[in-house]
Design a protein around this ligand. Structure first.
Ligand code: IPM
Ligand code: MG
Length: 372
C-alpha cells in the first residue's frame, strides 16, 4: 500500500494541463502515493447543478491531502444560463467549490509564498521573499449576503444602527448587502500562524494589512488582536498597514516585507500583487490548511482559452506540490523538488511563453524531472 492517499482534483481548464505535468514531477520524485481522482468544476455544475458533488467530499475524507488544479467561476446570471434545461430555473445557486472546500474542511489558513527564484526574467527584483497568510473561512468570504435585503433584516439593522435607515429610501429590492463577519478566534489564529512562521524562518517583522481607519470594527478587531499576539514574540516587530497604501509600498519597496497577514478578501488582493512581483500567477502556489487536512492549489485560475493547449506555466503547480510535501513532513522531497525547480529557472533553457520562451507545460515537467 502506498504511504499516502492524495485526492487528485484537476478541475477546469488548464487545471488539467498543470496537474498532468505535476504528476510527471511527483513520479520522478518517487513520491509514494496513491492518487484518487475527484469530480469538481464547471462541468458538474452544468450537468448536476453542483460543482462540488458530495461523492467528491466523501472521497476526500479518505485521503491525507488534496491537490487541486483550477476552477472556472462565473457570476450568477451566466452560471444559471449554462445549466442543462432540466436544471434551469430551479433556484440552484452557484457557489465557488474552492471557497466551499475551505469552509467544509475548515481550512482556516491560506499560505501563499512568493519567492523570486534567481534567473526568472519576470522577477521585479531579485531577492524578494514574501509570504502571505490569508484568513480563509470568514470575513468577506463568509457567504452571508442578501439581495434584496429582507424586510426583517432591514428593520433589525435599522433598529441597531442609525446609518442603516438612510438606505431605505432606495427600496429593499434595490439593495444588496455582503457582510464581513470576523471572529477574534480566527484573527488570533491567522496572526499566530504568521508569527510562528516568522519565528521559524527568521523573519524580522510581521505586517498586518487591513483598513481599520474605515472598517473600525472588523479591521479594528484584526489589528487589536495582532497587537496582543505580537506580545508573545518579542524579537519580531508588528507593522500595521492599510490595504490601499500597502499595495503601493509593496510595488515600491518589495524587499521591506517578509510575512504578511490579512483577512480573507484583503489577503486575496495582496497575494495576487505579491505573486506578480515574482513572476505572476505562473509562480504563485498556495496551501489551504486546516488542523488535519489541507488542499493545495496554485493561485491562478482556469484560463479557459489555454485549456488543453499545454501552454501555461506549471511552475505554480510544482511549487504547490512542494508545499504539500512540506505539510506532509516529507521535508527531503520538498527540498529536492524546490531545488530542481530553482535549477530549471536559473538555467533558463526551459521557459514557457510567459517567461519569453516557447516550451510546453509538459516540457517544463520533463526539465524539472531531469534535475531530480
Ligand atoms: C484565490 C481565487 C479564489 C478566491 C476564487 C477563484 C474564488 O481568487 O484563491 O485567490 O477568491 O479566493
Ligand atoms: Mg485570488
Amino acid at each position: 500500500m502506498a504511504k499516502y492517499k492524495i485526492a487528485w482534483l484537476p478541475g477546469d481548464g488548464v487545471g488539467n494541463d498543470v496537474m498532468e505535468a505535476t504528476r510527471i514531477v511527483l513520479d520522478a520524485l518517487k513520491f509514494d502515493a496513491e492518487y484518487i481522482h475527484g469530480d469538481i468544476g464547471w462541468e458538474f455544475w452544468i450537468h448536476e447543478g453542483e460543482p462540488l458533488p458530495q461523492r467528491t467530499i466523501d472521497m476526500m475524507k479518505t485521503t491525507n491531502a488534496a491537490l487541486f488544479g483550477a476552477i472556472t467561476s462565473k457570476p450568477k446570471e451566466e452560471a444559471d444560463e449554462e445549466l442543462i434545461p432540466e436544471l434551469k430555473g430551479k433556484g440552484l445557486v452557484y457557489f465557488s467549490p474552492i471557497v466551499r472546500l475551505r469552509q467544509e474542511f475548515n481550512l482556516h489558513t491560506n499560505l501563499r509564498p512568493c519567492k523570486a527564484y534567481p534567473g526568472n526574467p519576470l522577477n521585479l527584483k531579485e531577492g524578494i521573499d514574501l509570504v502571505v497568510f490569508r484568513e480563509n473561512t470568514e470575513g468577506m468570504y463568509g457567504g452571508v449576503e442578501f439581495h434584496p435585503i429582507p424586510q426583517e433584516v432591514f428593520d433589525t439593522l435599522s433598529k441597531h444602527h442609525p446609518k442603516m435607515k438612510k438606505f431605505g429610501k432606495w427600496g429593499l429590492e434595490n439593495l444588496a448587502m455582503s457582510t464581513r463577519i470576523m471572529s477574534r478566534q480566527m484573527c488570533r489564529n491567522i496572526v499566530t500562524q504568521a508569527f510562528e512562521y516568522a519565528k521559524k524562518f527568521n523573519y524580522k517583522s510581521v505586517t498586518v494589512v487591513d483598513k481599520p481607519n474605515v472598517l473600525r470594527e472588523t479591521g479594528g478587531l484584526m489589528v487589536r488582536t495582532a497587537r496582543e499576539v505580537a506580545k508573545n514574540y518579542p524579537g519580531i516587530d508588528l507593522w500595521e498597514t492599510n490595504i490601499d497604501a500597502q499595495t503601493m509600498w509593496l510595488v515600491k519597496n518589495p524587499m521591506d516585507y517578509g510575512v504578511m497577514v490579512a483577512e480573507n478578501m484583503f489577503g486575496d488582493i495582496i497575494s495576487d500583487l505579491a505573486a506578480q512581483l515574482v513572476g505572476g500567477l505562473g509562480f504563485a502556489s498556495s496551501g489551504n490548511i486546516g488542523d488535519n487536512y489541507a488542499v493545495f492549489e496554485p493561485t491562478h485560475g482556469s484560463a479557459p482559452k489555454y485549456a488543453g493547449k499545454y501552454k501555461v506555466n506549471p511552475m505554480a503547480m510544482f511549487l504547490t506540490a512542494k508545499l504539500m510535501l512540506d505539510w506532509l513532513n516529507e521535508k527531503a522531497d520538498a527540498d529536492r523538488l524546490e531545488a530542481a525547480i530553482a535549477k530549471v529557472i536559473k538555467e533558463g533553457k526551459a521557459r514557457t511563453y510567459d517567461m519569453g520562451g516557447s516550451n510546453t507545460t509538459l516540457e517544463m515537467a520533463e526539465a524539472v524531472a531531469q534535475k531530480l
